[in-house]
Ligand binder design. Structure first.
Ligand code: ZN
Length: 281
């Protein structure tokens, strides 16, 4: 355990809109064996719980989805004591009924990324000399069931009826999908498309962290609309219009999560029976 181990118990990977107005926020720089995370952690108190916020794209939003150091991000959160992670993100809707402003809490994930390291357990020696073993984690249900329930209840409590379940397909980006790709994604029965939900979710699982994805639809994806296709401006406008209520929901989720040390979900025991070869922070 490091000195910083008990700084926070819950992590939120999302932009400054979620923490910048908190009264007392401490900036904590964290180094990891995988290099630097996207930014410092910003630690504050929400509903009596210690929460570490991490701007996924960096505070200046300089990191595109495929250049985010996902391994460093999750490792940094765990190293300050975080055990439950909330991952809000903007997505495109793959069905006409999932228009801008829809909140969807997915229960499944499809990985369509191409060039991202998605494991800690690759048998490669770390800079500090330790070598992790090869580990195959169970990922049939990629999200924490307890976190999902808390997210749905929190949204309902704010009169924002969230879609319960659905499949988030994660593409490499940074470009948006072509119409053909988008129609194919929709034809598979998948619900929303994003660029950051993976490998965030699997790396969390590999560190025995609970991970809950909250997706905010900012646009209809190219195959589900009839206009010009997705524009970045459109995405930013819808996100800005919803950031306040997204923050309210997130804070209510925080207060609805189990206390530290009282997790009894599958995430908490994800490494049971495995010799990882390295000690987790
Ligand atoms: Zn869990």
């Amino acid at each position: 355990m490091t000195e910083a181990a008990a700084l926070a118990e819950i992590g939120v990977i999302g932009g400054s809109g979620f923490y910048s107005f908190l009264d007392d926020v401490t900036e904590v720089a964290v180094e990891t064996p995988y290099g630097p995370p996207s930014d410092s952690l910003f630690v504050g108190e929400v509903a009596g719980r210690r929460v570490a916020f991490l701007p996924r794209h960096g505070r200046k939003h300089h990191l595109p989805p495929h250049r985010i150091n996902y391994r460093a991000n999750l490792w940094a959160l765990r190293s300050v004591g975080v055990r439950q992670v909330l991952g809000p993100c903007a997505v495109g809707g793959l069905r006409p009924e999932y228009g801008p402003g829809t909140l969807l809490v997915p229960d499944q994930l499809v990985d369509r990324t191409k060039a991202r390291t998605q494991t800690y357990y690759d048998g490669e020696q770390l800079p500090d000399g330790r070598t992790p073993n090869v580990v195959h984690t169970t990922f049939a249900d990629p999200y924490c069931p307890v976190g999902r329930s808390a997210a749905l209840a929190a949204a309902r409590g704010r009169d924002w009826e969230a879609v319960d379940g659905g499949t988030l397909v994660v593409i490499e980006g940074p470009r948006f999908s072509t119409r053909a790709e988008s129609k194919w994604h929709a034809a598979q029965g998948w619900s929303v498309v994003g660029m950051t939900g993976h490998p965030e979710a699997v790396l969390a699982r590999e560190l025995e962290l609970c991970y809950t994805s909250l997706t905010l639809v900012t646009d209809l994806d190219a195959g589900a609309e009839t206009g010009e296709g997705v524009s970045h401006q459109e995405v930013l406008e819808v996100f800005a219009a919803n950031v306040d209520r997204m923050r309210e929901v997130l804070f209510d989720v925080v207060s609805g999560l189990p206390a530290a040390g009282e997790r009894d979900c599958l995430c908490a025991g994800a490494l049971q029976g495995w010799d990882t070869g390295i000690e987790l922070p």
